[in-house]
Ligand binder design. Structure first.
Ligand SMILES: Cc1cc2nc3c(=O)[nH]c(=O)nc-3n(C[C@H](O)[C@H](O)[C@H](O)COP(=O)(O)O)c2cc1C
Length: 408
């Protein structure tokens, strides 16, 4: 009986891959992918990806800051061959766009993390795997023909984190990303309003309340059960060796704040490049440089942690000039929704950008083909923008190409 059900679910998933990949033909921008994501993913799952902290001001501001920035092109310059390759934390990448760590990708698509890593690797870039993911880190690395990074949360305590770091090292991850902007979990009112806790932990009657929205998203539902239903967190191995259950994660995150003192033992265990993610201001950027980090990611977690902090483009404008004489690479994320946004970030001083929702939208819309689409949209738009600006190489992009954000 079980194997008949599995076969049926497998057939449904194969049909989902075909039908939803075909819909990508009409996706020309990341917003198109977002609309497709919202069609396929039920709101109780999708809100986790779409939402931000509290009133979501910072989440909106991240995008608005890019929307308000304007270009100043330099014409009459040859731009027939565009060079977009660069190296970040010692890893060569084909374009300055990296997939940032996103938790719970497996709720969007079967083996979502491995699928995203494969698409990124084949496009010639890095995928950063979150600690809070449903696929074993070894499988994710094996799926990518390129380097991957491992993002660390201290959930479960030091011993659990040491085990994860050692596994990441053995699996061949090339850099460790330490996220510092999660002293507590963000206030996610969307998730409270939509009842996601009841959907996960509730009894049968509470779960039945979600039946109508599931019926409208059957393609998601069948793929989700084809993949085994609600995932655990196999990269957080509890002392007995079993993975942390999904339901425990909220409480665990509350107890996993990172301090600068933790860097000492983390660096002892992790001998490779260390990237500090979640830097908001010059003082923390300087601390990261003093601690010997290879790179910082200027990031407010996509507006999911502390609402009312500045948009990251503004932070970048403050921090990047102050880091020019330090031996540290400056990366940023937050609000990147087009290749034009990538060009603005690079012209403002970032060496490369991380994307979050942009590729999650692609994954939720159509799996591997969706992630490929997100990367190729951003890359093609970046190339087009560079030609228009008269820049042949990434280093040609500078402050003279961008006007500061203004409320138009
Ligand atoms: C659904 C979701 C889950 C995330 N999970 C993590 C995570 O596990 N670890 C982490 O360091 N950042 C996490 N982030 C933050 C992203 O790495 C990145 O900073 C952010 O998405 C960038 O903003 P953008 O989505 O506007 O591109 C998450 C973001 C989203 C949207």
């Amino acid at each position: 009986m079980n194997s008949i059900l599995q076969t049926l679910l497998g057939l449904c998933h194969a049909s989902t891959i075909r039908r939803w990949s075909a819909r990508l033909e009409k996706c020309f921008t990341i917003s198109d992918l977002e609309r497709l994501f919202e069609r396929r993913i039920p709101p109780v799952v999708g809100d986790y990806f779409l939402g931000g902290a509290s009133d979501e001001r910072t989440m909106r501001d991240n995008v608005a800051a890019f929307e308000q920035a304007r270009f100043v092109p330099q014409y009459g310059v040859r731009s027939d061959s565009i060079e977009m390759a660069t190296t970040v934390a010692g890893t060569p990448i084909r374009m300055p766009i990296i997939a940032g760590p996103i938790g719970s990708l497996r709720t969007l698509w079967p083996q979502g993390e491995a699928v995203a890593a494969k698409a990124c690797g084949e496009a010639g870039t890095i995928c950063a795997l979150s600690t809070l993911t449903g696929t074993r880190l070894e499988e994710v690395k094996a799926a990518s023909p390129h380097d991957c990074w491992f993002q660390l949360y201290l959930v479960g305590g030091k011993e659990v984190a040491v085990k994860a770091i050692e596994r990441a090292q053995q699996a061949g991850y090339s850099a460790l990303v330490l996220t510092i902007d999660t002293p507590v979990a963000g206030l996610r009112y969307r998730d409270k309003r939509n009842g996601s806790a009841e959907a996960i932990n509730g009894g049968i009657f509470q779960k039945l309340m979600f039946a109508p929205q599931m019926m409208r998203h059957l393609s998601w539902l069948t793929s989700f059960y084809h993949d085994g239903g609600l995932m655990d967190f196999p990269n957080i191995e509890l002392p007995g060796g079993e993975p942390m259950p999904y339901a425990d994660i909220g409480n665990q995150l509350q107890q996993s704040a990172v301090t600068w003192d933790d860097l000492d033992w983390i660096r002892e265990v992790w001998q490779g490049p260390l990237i500090i993610k979640g830097v908001h201001a010059v003082h923390d950027a300087l601390k990261a440089a003093d601690a010997g980090a290879t790179a910082i990611v200027i990031s407010n977690h996509g507006g999911r942690q502390l609402d009312r902090v500045l948009p990251t483009l503004e932070m970048l404008r403050e921090i990047a000039p102050r880091m020019k004489d330090r031996q540290i690479e400056v990366l940023m994320d937050g609000g990147i929704r087009s290749g034009g946004d990538v060009a603005i970030a690079l012209a403002t001083g970032a060496k490369a950008v991380l994307i979050g929702r942009a590729y999650a939208f692609g994954l939720g819309a159509a799996g591997e083909a969706g992630v490929r689409a997100a990367l190729s949209i951003l890359t093609a738009e970046l190339e087009h923008t560079m030609r228009q600006l008269g820049c042949q190489k990434l280093e040609d992009l500078n402050e003279s190409h961008v006007l500061p954000c203004r409320p138009w």
